[in-house]
Design a protein around this ligand. Structure first.
Ligand SMILES: NC(=O)c1ccc[n+]([C@@H]2O[C@H](COP(=O)([O-])OP(=O)(O)OC[C@H]3O[C@@H](n4cnc5c(N)ncnc54)[C@H](OP(=O)(O)O)[C@@H]3O)[C@@H](O)[C@H]2O)c1
Length: 328
């Protein structure tokens, strides 16, 4: 398993992280624990969660799982999006919704509206942050959070000096080792440009549809830990990612060395291209997919262990995708 240093204080992580947004959401307790166990046994030491994930239950299940392993893992969590209060009816509704989705995938859009109603966003006051951190520490059964992110803040929050002073205080107290912004690329970049004292990390989506931050000069700052999420564009865009690779395979400017390498666009090709585009020579330290099925976990680990693509081939893909000429 490739590993990486997350700063000069000895914090280290596997390059492949484990996204927990679907833990206790898309899958239930037993499958979630099995997926976490498989990831840990395979050497993954970075787990990304948030107060809102899994209808508010992802953090607590992760806490239960990592308790005996706390010293061996890095936990990243977020505040700012608050889950709806626990409702016993939810326990019955979730398995029904999962089954319904398997039988009628077209229901996803309808259910997404319902899922959005389960959260309330934009909680970035000092009090809300402190209370959220205390809840996260309780949920995660730990005395400290390795990486704490503002979860999708509007750009105006970057100027809330009192919020960042309060985060710095938690850092001094040892409750939060690093804090930063989890946001779409423009806001993540604005956060770096704002040079907020104490800000040490950013998390942002990075995938074939938006590679704008991969290899961005701002990410080569040694004081910033850059984390990429959503690498396959989410469950809905896995197929579209493969179609895009297929299209690239037939691009008239494709370097000859790549013809054979893109001969078959299966899960292994997808993982090899996407995960290495994101992590090889880009300044991005960790990439965090959801990979709840064992086959995806194993494919993703293999992709980062040995790539068929050279660094210059990967750069060709980044240039092509960033130029916008690959999408049509
Ligand atoms: N605002 C934020 O802070 C934010 C936003 C989005 C995401 N995130 C983080 O990023 C994580 C991942 O994002 P995501 O779940 O939205 O999207 P994602 O990782 O881009 O996509 C997940 C989908 O890809 C599938 N998959 C994984 N490996 C594969 C492979 N090798 N070949 C084919 N399919 C594969 C997964 O299947 P299975 O899971 O069924 O195996 C799942 O259906 C989240 O869990 C969360 O931690 C953070």
């Amino acid at each position: 398993m490739r590993s990486v240093s997350l700063g000069n204080d000895g914090m280290r992580s596997s390059t492949l992280g484990f996204g927990c947004s679907a833990v206790m959401g898309r899958i239930g307790r037993r499958a979630s624990l099995a997926a976490l166990g498989a990831a840990f046994d395979a050497g993954i030491t970075f787990y990304d969660t948030a107060r809102s994930y899994g209808y508010g239950e992802s953090e607590a299940l992760l806490g239960e799982f990592i308790r005996p392993r706390r010293d061996s893992v890095i936990i990243s969590t977020k505040f700012g999006i608050v889950p709806a209060p626990a409702n016993p009816l939810k326990q019955f509704a979730k398995p029904i919704a999962r089954t319904a989705l398997k039988v009628f995938p077209a229901l996803r859009r309808t259910l997404q509206g319902h899922v959005a109603a389960q959260f309330s966003a934009n909680h970035f006051t000092v009090d809300a942050m402190r209370s959220s951190v205390e809840t996260s520490l309780r949920n995660l059964q730990t005395g400290y959070i390795d990486l704490l992110f503002l979860h999708l803040p509007p750009v105006t929050v970057l100027h809330h000096d009192d919020l960042f002073s309060a985060l710095e205080q938690l850092h001094i107290e040892g409750k939060v080792l690093r804090y930063g912004i989890a946001a779409d690329p423009p806001i993540a970049l604005a956060a770096l440009a704002a040079a907020i004292p104490g800000l040490q990390t950013i998390e942002f989506p990075c995938n074939l549809f938006d590679l704008s931050l991969a290899n961005h000069p701002a990410l080569h700052n040694p004081n910033i830990v850059a984390i990429a999420n959503h690498p396959f564009g989410g469950p809905q865009r896995v197929a579209e990612s493969k179609t895009l690779i297929h299209r690239l395979a037939h691009d008239p400017t494709l370097p000859p060395s790549l013809h054979q390498k893109l001969h078959k666009v299966d899960d292994a090709t997808l993982a090899d291209l996407v995960l290495n585009l994101i992590t090889v020579n880009t300044g991005i330290k960790v990439v965090v997919p959801s990979m709840l099925t064992l086959a995806h976990l194993q494919t993703n680990i293999a992709a980062l262990q040995q790539s068929r693509f050279t660094p210059s081939e990967l750069q060709w893909f980044r240039n092509k995708l960033n130029s916008g000429t690959a999408a049509s």
